[in-house]
Design a binder for this molecule. Structure first.
Ligand SMILES: NC(=O)c1ccc[n+]([C@@H]2O[C@H](COP(=O)([O-])OP(=O)(O)OC[C@H]3O[C@@H](n4cnc5c(N)ncnc54)[C@H](OP(=O)(O)O)[C@@H]3O)[C@@H](O)[C@H]2O)c1
Length: 273
């Protein structure tokens, strides 16, 4: 009998929400024995990814690190797509058949929140788009074409096709506009829409997609929002939410340079972005 073997590939897994999601999978009842879980942690900081890898090791979970993946170095896209594909290929060759493969597109950047659209320049726009739309689209496409090749040769060593799930970590800003969030909102909306198109194109191909907005998380990204947001009214709101959260937690853990425990990235503070 084929036991479930779930492969979860997470971008930006070295910290914040990506790290929290990796932890959540290892404790999920869906992957308790005899099921198997393999996590592929992707990011630019290999040392930080290896720290998360060490936190996650268990008997039923294998954790693989793919580091030095820089989404802004768009000319190196083929290189990092190749590294991710090699990691997946290794899992397929050395482990039990993968029954479900999940891609979690978590990595993202804020961009410059101190500027309105009138102050943008095209280089910053391109840089932001490379990280948050081009890399995302390239990774989704590569994941689909790897697991759903157009043609299969007779000597294909992987005749078993896992079900696929592609997730986009999104935001309320994908559907609701706020001043100073121009590029962030644009990228989240574009990412949501790409997954909707994939869902239609792959409807009969056992592929599901999900855009999930976690709501404000009391972590480093939020700290950057509080420090850089140009809109004073929103800045005050985010500061107030953080102060209330810190008071209820009894401290300001992530302000002293220590990574917060993974659950802090799941904290719901109120309005989502
Ligand atoms: N924080 C919130 O309140 C909040 C609310 C709603 C949605 N979200 C969404 O949740 C997701 C996770 O955010 P987070 O809160 O965990 O933020 P975070 O702590 O800032 O983490 C962002 C992750 O993205 C990676 N990343 C950024 N730029 C990259 C690049 N050029 N190349 C490769 N990786 C890059 C970062 O890697 P490095 O460590 O190397 O920088 C980090 O792993 C994002 O999609 C975000 O938009 C966050």
């Amino acid at each position: 009998m084929l036991h479930p073997h779930i492969l979860v590939t997470i971008t930006g897994a070295n910290r914040g929400f990506g790290r929290a999601v990796a932890h959540a999978f290892t404790t999920s009842s869906a992957v308790s024995p005899p099921s198997r879980l393999t996590l592929i942690l992707i990011g630019r900081d290999t040392t930080a990814l290896e720290r998360v890898q060490a936190e996650l090791k268990s008997e039923t979970t294998k954790v693989v690190v793919v580091g030095d993946v820089q989404f802004d170095e768009i000319e190196r896209t083929d290189e990092w797509l190749g590294k991710i594909q090699t990691a997946i290929e290794d899992v397929r060759e050395t482990g039990p058949p993968i029954t479900k493969a999940i891609l979690i597109n978590n990595a993202a950047s804020l961009g410059n929140l101190s500027q309105t659209v009138a102050r943008y320049n095209w280089r910053d726009i391109k840089h932001y788009t490379d990280i948050n739309i081009v890399s995302f689209s390239a990774l989704c496409s590569s994941f689909l074409s790897y697991f759903r090749p157009r043609t299969r040769s007779a000597d294909d060593v992987h005749p078993f096709s896992p079900s696929l799930v592609i997730v986009n970590i999104s935001s309320l800003l994908a559907i609701q506009a706020f001043p100073y969030w121009g590029l962030y909102s644009t990228a989240k909306a574009a990412r949501d829409q790409l997954l909707k198109v994939i869902a239609l194109e792959e409807a009969s191909n056992d592929v599901k997609t999900l855009s999930y907005a976690p709501g404000p998380l009391d972590n480093e990204m939020q700290r950057d929002v509080r420090n850089t947001l140009g809109d004073m009214e929103q800045k005050e709101l985010y500061t107030k939410m953080h102060t209330e959260q810190a008071r209820s937690d009894g401290g300001l853990g992530d302000e002293v340079g220590q990574p917060p425990p993974p659950h802090r990235s799941r904290v719901q503070l109120g309005n989502s972005h």
